[in-house]
Structure formats: C-alpha cells, structure tokens
Write a protein that binds this ligand. Sequence first.
Ligand code: ZN
Ligand code: ZN
Length: 256
Amino acid sequence: MLEALLEVLYPGRCAGCGRGPWPFCDACRDRVRPLAPPWCLRCGSPRWGARVTCRDCPPEPISVARAAFHFSGPVRAAVHRLKFAGWRPVARALGLAAAETWLGTGFPCEVVTWVPLSRRRRAERGFDQAEALARVVGRRLGVPVRRLLARARDDPLTQARRDRAGRLEAMRGRFTARTGVRGRVLLVDDVLTTGATASACAAALLEGGAARIGVLTAARALRLDGIVDVGSRPGLWLPGERLPGSRCQPRAKRPT
Ligand SMILES: [Zn+2]
Ligand SMILES: [Zn+2]
C-alpha cells in the first residue's frame, strides 16, 4: 500500500520509457528535443533565423508563446504519464523546464493561470495537469498563480477530430474568465497544438480585463521538417542542471 503510494508520488522511474532512472534515463534524454533559438520571436518555433512571426504561429489574441520541448518521444510519454497515469512529479520536471524557457522571452507577467479541465475530467483524473504545471511555473517565476478561467461546457467532438478552423470555431465561448483580471497574464497548459484552446482562453481573459496574454506549455506539437538536433550533449535540462548545449535547431540547408 505504502509502496503503491510512493510509486505515484515519486515514481523513481524514467518518465519516458518507464524503466530507467527518474526523471529521464540517458537513452531517453538523447531523444528529448528542447525548442531553442533561432526561433520565431512570437511563438518560439525553431526557424532558420530569428523572425517576428511564422507559419506555426498560434492564432490571435495570443501575444507570445513558448514551449520547452517538442511534443514527441520521451516528452510525449512523460506528458501522457502526467495526464493519464497520475505521475505528478512529472509536472515539476516539465514545469521547471518551461519556466526556464519563459525567462528568455522578455515578456514579464503579473499573474500565472492555466487552461482548466472541465469539472468532469478533473473529477475523473483527480487533478488538473495544467494547474500542476502552472503552480511550478509561478513559483519559479515568483509570480502569483490564480484560477482565472472556467470551462463552460464539454465539447462533444474531441479536438483531435477537427481541422484548424473547426477547432477555433468550436472553442469560441468555451471558456469564461473572472472579471477584474489585470495586467499581463501567463497562461500555462501541457501541450500547444493548433493553439485554438489557448486562443479561446486568451480571448476570455482579455474580455475579463487582462492587458496581454502569453502562453507557456511544456511541449509543442510541430512539424519538424528541416529541424534536427545539433551537438552531442543530451538536450534536456532539469532542476539543478546547467543549460544544455544541444537544442532543437534548424539544420543547415543542403545544396540542391
Ligand atoms: Zn527512459
Ligand atoms: Zn511563430
């Protein structure tokens, strides 16, 4: 009984493969892809050179977005363990990595909040993974964390089955924000895909009185054509580590 409890609180096993040492074993670290400059200044998608916007930019009214990692391999597995298997310590590892990524954006914020689960989902899972990440991020940034959003109703069609325009349309009005929100808000979630959900949250927060909205996620689903890992050092940083030398960067164009 105690052992089972400890396993949930401190899995002690690699969040990627579930076998090696916590938080990521050497083999999994080699496959983790942090997102790093040169990148799109608005959304943090790796690019050939720094630029102001890009084809991957999330929709308005998000001002700036960043994610710590590409959503693939061990990071994808870790996010799934956090969401569906209740490995809560994963939130600390991913949340700290996200906070480190955010510190380089030059977008200060007055309050941190998160994309809330529906009440039913939250009851099913017993916790909200985005809230868990937001609490780690807020602590690291030294900014208060507040529940500012509510999910109005469940979407009968899952997001995965919609195209980009369909997702945006479906998400409109799904979130309501508290009134009296002020200043720049940092909205935290686990994964950014099309940005439709984050955009709907951002719109609600602005309506509630926020000035600007930044979005920070642990991972981001991106097409990585033309983007590869460079360098040989494993590209993951975790509490107590120095920033890595190896990140996800554009590959030099091959002569054709
Ligand atoms: Zn592993
Ligand atoms: Zn962009």
